[in-house]
Design a protein around this ligand. Structure first.
Ligand code: ADE
Length: 251
């Protein structure tokens, strides 16, 4: 069973790539490097998709067609949408929707034209395994893997794991006004990012089980552009590496 591991930004997979590097080979396809190797006894293909829905869809398609992966996990950061979520919390998707898809009045808002659906469900077993890995890593390992100044500045000791809807679109959301609009349009969405629902659509179309895990780097509000790069550099890489390591070693 080969697993595809995808992220939008280098920081989100750098540590995993370093861990897999001895013995791995790299194939360059469509302007992307696909790292083929083994991690914790599991055959993996790790790839940087880059940002946005098209990049994510193209990468997922190549993973399935060219590399024959049988499952896909997307890891990275997201902006928090729902009330009560905090930077440092983890959101594991149970469903994903493209918040910027709108072919109304021809089709209902958010519905993918001619596919007859707006939301795509993550694979239940992968979703639950990722959520468990995230809970275990937060409880057992985070304190020793994230620098103490970040743990206290962001109150990461109180970080929680949520399972729910993730909204994706080709826009970095960075205003309270847009957060309000997204909350109104998609009242169940917990987080917003730019790739997950595109991978979800491709995986749905090919019948490939998938899951998406996101660490909240910002609240998608007026300070999102400041919070996001700092979090990415100093915290997100530890989350991604730690949680996926936990996930792979429990398989
Ligand atoms: N990824 C991380 N933060 C985000 C935001 N605020 N909007 C879209 N994608 C994100």
């Amino acid at each position: 069973m080969t697993l595809g591991i995808v992220a939008a930004l280098h920081e989100e997979i750098a540590d995993l790539l370093a861990e897999m590097a001895p013995g791995a080979r790299v194939e360059h396809v469509g302007m992307r490097d696909y790292h083929v190797g083994r991690l914790h006894g599991q055959g993996c293909v790790i790839v940087l998709a880059r940002v946005g829905k098209v990049a994510a869809a193209a990468t997922a398609t190549a993973l399935i067609h060219r590399f024959g992966v049988e499952q896909i996990v997307f890891t990275g950061v997201a902006g928090g949408l729902a009330h009560g979520l905090n930077v440092g919390d983890v959101v594991v998707a149970d469903s994903l929707v493209q918040h910027d898809m709108d072919a109304s009045p021809l089709f209902p808002r958010h519905e993918i034209p001619l596919l007859g659906r707006a939301a795509f469900s993550a694979d239940v077993a992968l979703r639950d395994a990722l959520a468990k890995a995230a809970r275990d890593w937060l409880a057992q390992h985070m304190a020793s893997e994230v620098r103490p100044e970040w743990l206290s500045a962001l109150h990461l000791g109180a970080a929680r794991v949520h399972v729910g809807q993730i909204a994706s679109g080709d826009r970095f959301v960075s205003s309270a006004q847009e957060v309000a609009r997204l909350r109104e349009a998609l009242p169940n969405a917990l987080a917003v990012e730019m790739e997950g629902a595109a991978v979800a659509q491709v995986c749905h179309e090919y019948g490939v089980p998938f899951a998406v895990m996101r660490t909240l780097s910002d609240a998608a509000d007026d300070t999102a552009h400041v919070d996001f790069p700092r979090f990415l550099r100093d915290v997100a890489s530890h989350y991604s590496h730690g949680i996926l390591r936990q996930f792979l070693s429990a398989r």
